[in-house]
Design a protein around this ligand. Sequence first.
Ligand code: SME
Length: 166
Amino acid sequence: MYDFKPAAPLPAAELYRELLGAAEALTAGEPDGIANMANVAALLWEFLPDLNWAGFYRTAPTKDGAGSELVLGPFVGRPACIRIPFGVGVCGAAAESRAAQLVEDVHAFPGHIACDAASASELVVPVLRDGAVIAVIDLDSPTPARFTEADREGVTALAALLAPRI
Ligand code: SME
């Protein structure tokens, strides 16, 4: 049994050090990407306070097979929209630009996709393998401006750890 939940509230740097250590331990030697994303979604949920959604969208073929788009992956939270074209919403912006999107007020973000009306702020970090976006990590919070540069750095480090493992 794993009990990776931090014992007490931690400063961001320490929180992410522990989170990365737990993600490393849970995914090391496991080649199944879905299992690894599922466990890391659960870890994000356990470690990071004040979230209402934490999980993955993967780059996958469109239904007609003619291109690719983001498709819902393992997550914790309410059921979410399944397919997001590159360039649409916060997740699509992260995928298209290959850059993290830290959004303090999602209602002010052009094209934001409201999966859960409770979401107020959002952090989306692309997972890059050989320069291509293979997935994004999406975190939503009901609190405006919940995410900071420390979160962006921590989740970016997590994405680098996961790139060869999902
Ligand atoms: N709000 C996201 C969509 C995904 S959900 O938040 C889970 C967006 O605009 O990309």
